[in-house]
Unconditional design. Structure first.
Length: 306
């Protein structure tokens, strides 16, 4: 049932300072993989096999450089590159082992929301990967918030309807859940390439290329409470939660890392199947859709992006 696109596998974020690097390392609890030649810092979750999955680039302002999705074979990669160009999005090739050690060739293109999306088929296995033979749940005790892996992200930008159409028709993703405007167009879409409720979410917003949040998976509700304790202890700014979404049903907490990128740590959510009916929301019910307990949307959640 998988579409050929497997998951979000690599993300590069802009951060301001060393305090933020320390956040990803010791508070969020990712494993530090190393540094690239030009000084970007590579991380991964303890439950990930990829060489690395999160790259931090020091810059003047926070935000998203790109997100890259893994596809199931070099053949799929070439086919999707051809179909993407035919769809009208020119692709740029990023050679293997160039800016990201351990990564095969990637193709990069821009979607109508203004974001840079990439796809790749090959990546080396991480040195510290989940155990394979008679495995323990982990090799070393997870630290900080015990983030297991980079899971998904929410992009804010214009042309959500057209962007959703690309991902559904070319990547063969499907949208288990959407928010509909009165004209039937989609204001927001949660897109899946497998059985997760979403691997990518997009919401209509005036400013192109905006990042709403990057989400890391935690094991359970207990770990979300632990994450809340840690972010209070470290004086990080809470946005919303701990709470539950109605959309996807994930349990969640939102906060800002020291550079101002919004992070979600979440657990749970329903299993999605492409033959299930699409769940949909009208605009009046969106507050309950997003925050099941509170039933209102705080301004910051709607309007603060990087
Ligand atoms: Fe999310």
């Amino acid at each position: 049932m998988l579409s050929g696109v497997l998951r979000a596998g690599l993300i590069q974020l802009r951060v301001l300072d060393y305090r933020t690097v320390d956040f990803y390392d010791n508070i969020l609890g990712l494993q530090r993989v190393g540094e690239t030649e030009d000084g970007r810092i590579m991380f991964k979750g303890y439950d990930e096999f990829h060489h690395h999955s999160v790259v931090l680039r020091k810059a003047e302002s926070p935000g998203l450089d790109y997100v890259a999705y893994k596809v199931d074979s070099p053949e799929t990669l070439e086919r999707l590159k051809d179909e993407t160009e035919k769809w009208g999005f020119p692709c740029t090739e990023i050679p293997a082992n160039s800016d990201n050690p351990g990564y095969g060739k990637r193709y990069s293109f821009v979607i109508p929301t203004g974001h840079t999306i990439q796809m790749f088929a090959e990546v080396e296995m991480a040195e510290r990967h989940p155990q394979i033979e008679n495995p323990y749940p982990w090799e070393e005790a997870p630290k900080g918030m015990r983030a297991q892996l980079f899971d998904h992200l929410l992009l804010y930008g214009p042309n959500v309807h057209e962007t959703e159409r690309y991902f559904c028709e070319v990547w063969k993703m499907y949208a288990p859940e959407v928010v509909k405007l009165s004209d039937g167009k989609h204001f927001g879409a949660w897109l899946s390439c497998g059985m997760k409720a979403h691997d990518l979410a997009i919401i209509e917003y005036d400013r192109p290329n905006s990042l709403h949040h990057v989400a890391f998976r935690l094991e359970d509700w207990g770990d979300i409470g632990h994450a809340a304790d840690l972010l209070a202890f470290h004086d990080l700014r809470l946005d919303v939660g701990p709470t539950r979404h109605s959309i996807t049903r994930g349990k969640t907490i939102y906060f800002w890392e020291p550079s101002g990128n919004r992070i979600e740590t979440f657990a749970g959510g329903y299993e999605a199947y492409p033959d299930h009916p699409q769940r949909y929301w009208d605009m009046d019910h969106v507050p309950r859709g997003i925050f099941y307990y509170e039933r209102y949307l705080v301004d910051s959640f709607m309007n603060v992006v990087t």
